[in-house]
Design a protein around this ligand. Structure first.
Ligand code: NCD
Length: 315
């Protein structure tokens, strides 16, 4: 079934995730063409509302829209005083009055994508809300893992670092579990989310104890901008205990993967030449970001099924 919105992983469920992953195999082929463009969303308009800074997410949504022949409306609101409540409502009503078909929104406050349907009927895609969810990141991570090591069923995925402030971790835990992986969160106690006991995950504060048994080490960025207090004694100490160094990477199984959503703090959560090791799929994640966002947009706005898509992609 097609979702109306992609605000969090729960909007999709397992079948929605599977649908987007299988659409991505088609869009992967489109992206490999000399002219990577199809008319699948011709006539549609997509508004990109970024209330927070972003490089790869914003660029990949924009690229994805263009490759589907949709028009985009671009807002950069990071520098304005727009925050929440009435003024957000005004912006949304204005944008919808212009006749857009979807709004892609990134916002520093958790829950904003769930507010928007009060003021507009258009499809909403969450490109990151506060420390809450970032569903398209989770989708592209599932796609990257599946392409590299096959089905996620039974795979051990360890998510390491600042889980507490991470929207990527929250969406990834849901998506990885939905696809049958088991998840271990690795963090000092101060960086574990308070609500973690209600999640179906293992937890540990001993990074070295899980390196050799993980199929994926998913390193998170230290989200210093979201930390009001000091959560670790010093970044150097944090890097010593929880950074993926070259010597730690040697303890991994040879076929295991190193992932990071970017932007990386080199020397903190990841160091040395680790991002460049053959096990690292960090640049594949970025490349798959465009493909997955094409699939997410098509899932919401396209004429529905994969069958229709085949008329565009199989020449
Ligand atoms: C993430 C984000 O902004 O939520 N980055 C991204 O979208 N690629 C992760 C982060 O900022 O650490």
């Amino acid at each position: 079934m097609t979702a109306k919105h992609i605000r969090g992983i729960d909007d999709l469920g397992k079948s929605g995730i599977e649908d987007i992953l299988s659409l991505s195999d088609h869009f992967h082929e489109v992206n490999a063409r000399r002219i990577p463009k199809v008319p699948a969303l011709r006539g549609k308009t997509i508004a990109l509302l970024f209330y927070e800074d972003s490089t790869r997410t914003r660029l990949s949504f924009e690229t994805a829209s263009k490759r589907l022949s949709a028009d985009t409306l671009n807002f950069s609101i990071a520098s304005s005083s727009v925050k929440k409540g009435e003024s957000l409502r005004d912006t949304i009503e204005t944008v919808s009055a212009m006749g857009v078909d979807a709004i892609v929104v990134r916002h520093g406050s958790s829950g904003v994508p769930w507010l928007l349907p009060r003021w507009t009927d258009v499809a909403i895609i969450n490109a990151g809300d506060g420390a809450h969810e970032h569903p398209t990141q989770a989708l592209l991570d599932c796609y990257t893992i599946r392409n590299q090591i096959g089905s996620l069923v039974g795979k051990k995925i360890s998510i390491v670092g600042d889980v507490r402030h991470s929207r990527v971790a929250r969406s990834n835990v849901k998506a990885f579990l939905a696809l049958g992986a088991s998840v271990t969160l690795v963090a000092p106690k101060t960086l574990m989310p308070v609500e973690v006991e209600s999640w179906e995950v293992e937890t540990t504060d001993q990074f070295d104890s899980i390196i050799g048994e993980s199929d994926v080490l998913y390193m998170l960025r230290m989200q210093l901008e979201r930390q009001q207090n000091s959560f670790v004694p010093s970044l150097r100490e944090y890097a010593n205990e929880y950074g993926l160094t070259e010597s730690r990477a040697k303890e991994m199984k040879s076929e295991s993967l190193i992932m990071h959503p970017g932007p990386m703090n080199r020397g903190v959560e990841i160091s040395g030449n680790v991002p460049e090791l053959s096990q690292s799929v960090i640049t594949d994640q970025v490349a798959n970001g465009v493909i997955i966002r094409m699939s997410a947009l098509y899932h919401l706005l396209g004429s529905g099924s994969e069958n229709n898509l085949e008329s565009y992609v199989d020449e």
